[in-house]
Design a protein around this ligand. Structure first.
Ligand SMILES: [Zn+2]
Ligand SMILES: [Zn+2]
Length: 351
């Protein structure tokens, strides 16, 4: 065995040296110190998100990849180890040493571009993302911008809290995007792709008075059972039809062919929300399927307000996160299992 001798400052990270290659274990010699406005965090758990899979597989635009290795992971739960200097004008983050916090996908914005000044920091032209351009949580230590970390509700364990950071939070933004179509006498929401995000958002939607239809891969009885257990009124395969027209649909599966399928399932005036960062091409379809003021929209990233409002909701509502934990070194195997659709719920790495 080629294990280096244990040392209090040696730590591990799982690195992507080139898109399309498997992750590699890397040892670091020095604990990362926070710069001005930053916070150093000892990682306790990190969720495995489909976006990590897109990053590792090289499916995101090449221009977004940094020059050096990428440490993925943007569903990071950990404890504050050190705080950098919070200079004049820095927003007081109210963080303290030992506090449990979470680090989400949106890790830095410029605050000066048109999008930022319009309150749409999720669309910042210069935004940087955790676990892509910024260090991620597939590691024992991370440094993050203190403005972009959230306190985590106490009722969740580290592993259960991890999926809230992206699956929950992006799901929440997607739900809010669907909400204008959910204001009528019925509140019928269809979720395509019943994985980490959908299983959390199904519970939120039930809590907010929706009837939920869950669409899974054909024959995925485990996901359909989980959906029913979490309160879905109907669960079936994406080729089947729910017993009623939907008011809104959210697509978590990265499959473009589901867009026209979802459009056909929503009533006139209904909305189809595409929640993924990457999707296969959408096949052409007759205009009649869009006609009737149906809408197709996408969700990009998150804002800090999404994070804070979702954590408030998660503090009040006992969300059940179905998590499968694995040791950090098995990050690549966890991604392979996600690619193959072997998880019901969310995978979480423990350092
Ligand atoms: Zn900006
Ligand atoms: Zn994610």
């Amino acid at each position: 065995m080629n294990q280096p001798a244990p040392s209090p400052t040696r730590w591990r990270a799982m690195e992507l040296t080139e898109p399309g290659r498997p992750l590699q274990l890397a040892w670091r010699d020095r604990l990362p110190e926070p710069g001005p406005g930053q916070v150093a965090i000892t990682v306790a758990a990190c969720g495995v998100c489909r976006t990590d899979l897109h990053i590792v597989d090289g499916e995101l635009p090449r221009a977004g990849y940094p020059a050096g290795p990428v440490v993925p992971g943007h569903e990071v739960i950990g404890r504050v180890r050190a705080l950098g200097e919070m200079g004049e004008g820095a927003e007081a983050p109210g963080l303290h040493i030992g506090q449990r916090v979470g680090v989400p996908w949106l890790g830095w914005t410029c605050g000066a571009c048109d999008a930022c000044r319009a309150g749409r920091e999720n669309l910042c032209e210069r935004s940087r993302f955790t676990g892509w351009q910024l260090p991620g949580g597939y590691a024992e230590h991370i440094v993050a911008d203190a403005r972009y970390v959230f306190p985590i509700p106490e009722r969740y364990s580290d592993a259960q809290a991890a999926p809230l950071l992206c699956a929950g939070l992006i799901g929440w933004r997607a739900y809010r995007m669907a909400e204008p179509a959910l204001q009528g006498p019925t509140r019928r929401l269809g979720l395509w792709g019943f994985g980490a995000a959908a299983h959390l958002i199904a519970q939120v939607a039930r809590h907010l008075g929706c009837e939920v239809a869950a669409y899974t891969r054909a024959g995925d009885a485990a996901a359909q059972d989980l959906a029913r257990k979490l309160g879905a009124a109907w669960a079936g395969s994406s080729d089947d039809a729910a017993p009623w027209p939907l008011d809104a649909a959210i697509l978590f599966a990265p499959v473009g062919a589901l867009v026209p399928a979802a459009l056909r399932a929503v009533r006139p005036g209904g909305r189809v929300v595409c929640a993924g960062i990457h999707m296969s091409d959408i096949p052409s379809f007759p205009y009649a399927w869009l006609w009737g003021e149906r809408q197709i929209v996408s969700v990009a990233n998150l804002t800090r307000e999404d994070g804070l409002s979702f954590m408030r909701l998660a503090a009040d509502l006992p969300l059940q996160a179905a998590v499968h934990t694995r040791p950090l070194e098995q990050a690549q195997a966890a991604l392979d299992d996600l690619r193959a659709g072997r998880y019901t719920g969310a995978a979480v790495l423990l350092p």
